[in-house]
Design a protein around this ligand. Sequence first.
Ligand code: LLP
Length: 416
Amino acid sequence: MHYFNYKRGELFAEEVKVKDIAKKVPTPFYLYSKNTLIRHIRAFKSAFKEINPIICFALKSNSNFEILKILRNEGFGADCVSLFEMKKAIEAGFHPEKIVFNGNGKTEEELEFAIKLGILMINADNEEELELIDKICKKLKKRIKVSLRVNPEIDPKTHPHIATSLRESKFGFDLKKAFSIYRNASRFKFLELKGVHIHIGSQITDISPFKEALTKVFDFTTKLRKYGIRFEYFNAGGGLGIVYKKEIPPNLKEYAKVIMSYSRKIADKLILEPGRVIVGNAGILITKILYIKKSSCKKFIVVDAGMHGLLRPALYGAYHEVRLVSSRQKAESREKFDIVGPICESGDVLAKERFLPGNIKSGDLLAIFSAGAYGYVMSSNYNLRPLPAEVIVDGNRFKLIRRAQNYRDLRRLEVD
Ligand code: LLP
């Protein structure tokens, strides 16, 4: 559920006409709804309230400072995957004890920062990393809690680029290896191997892969118990899908019920790392039509956003709903268009074969839905185009929360 709705043919973000925002902020820009975000945050918390987990928002999905402050105020923690994500989480007020550090290529500098900061936990991805963490802790005379990210080797039934638990995946320890590491944990003198972590993939719309993975982790931890090894933390990762088109993802209560039923048996405390399900449908991308173009076999709508502003369609063939901000026409007069960006790449297609009113024209605004997660964060300066602005609406007010880049911003880093 979100608060981007049409009233008499005009798109509103909460109580603000999107058209009015576009009079003040040049397109393309990301537009977030604060109350949608809060609604998602609270629904997520409430689904798990029985066991009060530590919910670490995945910053990689959206790391706008204003959005982070909202999440922190709602009691969320942070799932970070880089030095700057950790720095930003701290600056946004997240308590170090609610920060987890993930990733398969953490540098020594990043690990040292995390350990000095005293974060809740590092989710380790390979054996050499464990040795490095141990060495840094020894040097700093500190201890740190560590979970092994294990690969349950199941098919999460999502796009191959965002599946992270197939046997051939680069992420995590296979269960056999993890088993021997937990059994010989004492060789890491400064690590508290207190947790186990999984993240099986993203945009998962079926509950069965979660169940399958949880069953495997449960069996794994049961075997370890026989050796007196018990876990304090179970981190179930993120991955719950959202509606882009007509998917029917598990609802939050169903998802929470499944996770909680296993997590109780696996460890004392649950950690979660949701990203997309929190921000995905709380943001849209507003773009302006530059040209309508008819070729011998196709009609194109050329817009000022493209793969540099929203990469998902070009990278994964992802579907995002596209609608006119001011819709005036009846459905009968619709025509088929490809909606393309200005980047010099044939793959710069935002949406394929969409039906939009035949009298659509340059200057009209389009809204690209479900763009709040993995939208701005994946944008680039390709073709020397600036990163877009970001705006948030709260009730009947809106404010700029990041300006678009200008030419100076792009030149500034270069050394003549
Ligand atoms: N935890 C870990 C360890 C992760 O790698 C991820 C996402 C999450 C949590 C959050 O997952 P979520 O709840 O958002 O599914 N760029 C892709 C998605 C990549 C996801 C990467 N990892 C996309 O645009 O679909």
